[in-house]
Design a protein around this ligand. Structure first.
Ligand code: G3P
Ligand code: MG
Length: 243
């Protein structure tokens, strides 16, 4: 069965990367959540997509220039709709604590490709270990050196290459750095590649798919997972296709 990941939570209907969006994803029945992790000035792990806070909070400037305490004073919900006022930027630890009360799979995307975030890998791995969540987590990033490092530090954690364009035999490329999953950009993902990768045991998870027609195609192609801003819609399409 193709698993449905709520991309940044149910971010089509709720403010991305907030607990409101994550709880909505659980409510509608998504099996997984994707979120983006960065470091604060005082090296705390926080969940936010952009390197600046301006688009998704009432603050300005770079995430990396804020301490955790300062960052948590920002409102991360009102920009989306006033009824979400009071939402905060989540700390990764809070997400892990919340995961004790559900059975979600979590894809942690490390936002370390254009900004240098030293020791991000070690900090994330330590946190996963202290919550005993290794078998429910997939780590991905566009920085494939970082994935290789994670694989060397802890080969038990599943890593996935995140990429935009087509790769030639991506399963060979992934295997070379110890990664298993292929997180592929929907417009650059085709049926032949999906079938071959899945046959070889490399799960293909496709981002970010919001149109019903494309969701249906990918379900029929048999990819392992889809990332979508609208998990409720994707689950309804999956129900129809399964009939
Ligand atoms: O992890 C899939 C997807 O989230 C990658 O792109 O920019 O939405 O984080 P972005
Ligand atoms: Mg992401």
């Amino acid at each position: 069965m193709t698993i449905i990941f709520a991309h940044r939570g149910s971010s089509g209907t709720h403010p991305e990367n907030t607990f409101a969006a994550y709880k909505e994803a659980v409510r509608v029945g998504a099996e997984g959540i994707e979120l983006d992790v960065q470091l604060t000035k005082d090296d705390e792990l926080v969940v936010i997509h952009d390197h600046t806070v301006g688009r998704t909070t009432n603050g300005t400037g770079f995430v990396r220039d804020y301490t955790l305490e300062e960052l948590q004073r920002l409102d991360a919900g009102a920009w989306f709709h006033e009824r979400f006022q009071g939402e905060r930027i989540p700390v990764l630890k809070e997400v892990f604590t919340w995961m004790q009360s559900n059975d979600l799979i979590l894809n942690i995307e490390l936002k370390n490709v254009t900004v240098d975030l030293p020791c991000l890998e070690e900090l994330v791995l330590n946190e996963i270990e202290s919550f005993n969540l290794a078998d429910r987590i997939i780590i991905s990033t566009f920085d494939h050196y970082s994935l290789k490092k994670i694989n060397e530090l802890n080969p038990k954690i599943e890593c996935a290459i995140l990429y935009l364009e087509k790769l030639y035999e991506p399963w060979n490329y992934a295997a070379n750095i110890g990664a298993k999953g292929l997180h592929t950009h929907s417009p650059k993902t085709d049926r032949v590649m999906i079938k071959e990768a899945e046959r070889r045991g490399f799960p293909v998870r496709v981002y970010t798919v919001n149109h019903e027609e494309r969701i249906k195609e990918l379900l029929e192609d048999g990819c392992s997972a889809i990332f979508t801003d609208y998990p409720e819609k994707a689950l309804a399409v999956r129900k129809m296709v399964d009939k």
